[in-house]
Design a protein around this ligand. Structure first.
Ligand code: GLN
Length: 551
């Protein structure tokens, strides 16, 4: 059932999670694309959530929204950034999605009275989805990342589906195992044993890896490559070094030192269609790793940080990357500080005045009540002290609330997300959202994905984008209440971007005469910022931050 001559590369993780399967998948995608092969990248998330939209970001990092509106895993963001193009719904699957289709079909008598079982029915639904992804965008190769680690219960059916694909198409399927090689401090020596055990585990599924990507602190040496080759039954030239790096964008360049893309084409018995030209990527990767570039300091005021004693920045991954791309373009390196908005509430005025040391402040997307008064304080401070401010989604809604409270003097201004019967519901639930909320229908029901917006002449937004019509990705239930727009405008706030029918306020800003950069977007510009094509609004924000630094 596989597409004729189509190639499938499965990326699996051994030993432990969090070692960068996503970066390996993205890098293989980039390298093969560079060699002239159209590639699609697929993320398999073995959890039972139907999509990544209902999870708390401290649980699972950022929710990455595709153009279509599908709420997916943050790895999809890395895939899009490495490939430099949009991915489709077919490129993402969870166990929840797979089971939902199987169960729906069963309820419709689609299995002709048979007993519906994990094998073959669930497995075949997985294979059907892999094929549907392969059929997109003229792809010749699919790189499919199976989430979790070898040995997990949850991903076993996906590995089984991959095994069957390989059995039926032995020349068209490869397995890449991304493994971790620890160097225990007490020994000072890199150990291969956990990887050997992981390979044996994988063998017990009937799967033999063709490649081992050896994640480690320092590059794996020849001796240990040999050891892995012998004990894991993998050719030595297919053990690829993957040492720790400063920026993930160096990964493809590092892999090429071990000739990864040639080795993959060789394993697939395919010719190199063209020499990979990584010059542009290299220039970008170097600029991202340039520690000599002057710093521009940005505070991100959010709340999804705390997991035990650790600070988790994954919740805002795309925001961080978007800042880095624009900063690099301007020849700066960002110094990002996490400011927990809950602390701004507790810490009083002193905590807030400390914000003056930053060159720019961002309030990113968010939900719910906790920490929002702290964010509003930060926004007020940024406005009054002319610190460049960029609000993303919730950050725009709160910027408008702050303006209504402190400039329009509507003390009861709030969002109905928090105060159902606010005296001045400046931010209100969108009409079509009411029925979803009434029926507890939370999954996949927000205003999601790409929508057009028209930009007003003479505004900061219009000058930054240099065009009138833009197209940005959304994820929200609430909007600026149109009833308050005339009042807000007469008090000086400019709605520089609106939906084509003029009803939804997509961008709010203060004119340059009032503030160097105070702008918020109802959409998430960070989702479309690309390494070689930084987002114009992030670039404009950073220009203002750099200018503040100069003062
Ligand atoms: N909570 C707000 C809403 O639903 C903002 C969402 C967001 O920041 N993504 O409209």
């Amino acid at each position: 059932m596989a597409k004729d001559g189509h190639k499938y590369i499965f990326v699996l993780g051994g030993v432990m999670s969090g070692v960068g399967k996503g970066v390996v998948t993205s890098s293989i995608g980039l390298l093969l694309q560079q060699k002239g092969y159209p590639v699609n990248l697929v993320k398999v998330d073995p959890y039972l959530n139907v999509d990544a939209g209902t999870m708390n970001p401290t649980e699972h990092g950022e929710t990455f929204v595709l153009r279509s509106g599908l709420e997916t895993d943050q790895d999809m963001g890395n895939y899009e950034r490495f490939l430099g193009r949009d991915l489709t719904n077919e490129d993402y699957m969870t166990s929840g999605m797979v089971y939902q289709s199987v169960i729906a079909r069963e309820r419709a008598l689609g299995y002709g009275g048979k007993c519906v079982e994990a094998i073959p029915h669930v497995r075949d639904e997985i294979l059907r989805r892999i094929e549907a992804a392969a059929a997109q965008n003229g792809s010749r190769m699919s790189v499919i990342e199976i989430g979790g680690t070898i040995g997990d219960f949850q991903n076993a059916l996906f590995i089984e589906a991959a095994r069957v694909l390989k059995m039926n198409h032995p020349d068209d399927v490869l397995f890449v195992m991304v493994s971790y090689l620890p160097t225990p401090g007490t020994l000072g020596e890199m150990k291969t044993k956990p990887t050997q055990t992981a390979v044996r585990d994988l063998n017990s599924y009937g799967v033999q890896p063709d490649f081992i990507v050896a994640r480690s602190k320092e590059p794996i040496d020849e001796k240990r490559k040999e050891k892995l080759a012998i004990w894991c039954n993998v050719r030595k030239d297919r053990v690829i070094a993957a040492p720790d790096i400063k920026s993930i964008y160096e990964a493809p360049l590092n892999f090429e030192k071990d000739k990864l893309s040639d080795a993959i084409l060789d394993a697939l018995k395919l010719p190199e269609k063209r020499k990979a030209s990584l010059a542009v990527w290299k220039k970008f990767a170097l600029s991202m790793a340039n520690t000599k570039a002057p710093e521009v300091s940005i505070a991100i005021v959010g709340k999804y940080f705390d997991t035990g004693d650790f600070v988790l920045s994954d919740a805002y991954l795309s925001v961080i990357e978007a800042i880095k791309f624009s900063a690099a373009k301007l020849g700066y390196q960002p110094k990002i500080t996490w400011v927990n908005s809950k602390n701004l509430e507790k810490g009083g005025t002193k905590a807030v005045t400390e914000l003056t040391k930053y060159d720019g402040i961002i309030v990113p997307g968010g939900f719910g009540e906790s920490g929002i008064e702290g964010k509003i304080k930060a926004i007020q401070f940024a406005r009054e002290h002319k610190i460049p401010y960029f609000g993303l989604c919730y950050g725009m809604q709160l910027m408008v609330i702050e303006y209504a409270r402190n400039v329009l003097k509507l003390k009861g201004a709030h969002t109905t997300e928090i105060q159902k019967h606010a005296a001045d519901p400046v931010v209100d639930v969108m009409l079509e959202q009411k029925k979803h909320l009434a029926g507890n229908k939370y999954g996949g029901t927000m205003r999601l994905g790409a929508y057009p917006a028209y930009l007003k002449k003479g505004t900061i937004a219009r000058a930054a984008y240099k065009k009138e019509l833009v197209d940005e990705r959304h994820r929200h239930r609430y909007e600026i209440n149109p009833t308050y727009v005339p009042q807000l405008e007469s008090a000086g706030l400019v709605f520089s971007g609106t939906s084509p029918d003029g009803v939804l306020m997509e961008i709010a800003e203060l004119p340059r005469t009032a503030h160097p950069f105070m702008l918020g977007t109802q959409f998430h510009p960070e989702l479309q910022a690309r390494p070689l094509d930084p987002h114009p609004l992030f670039t404009e924000f950073l220009k203002a931050a750099v200018a503040k630094k100069g003062k």
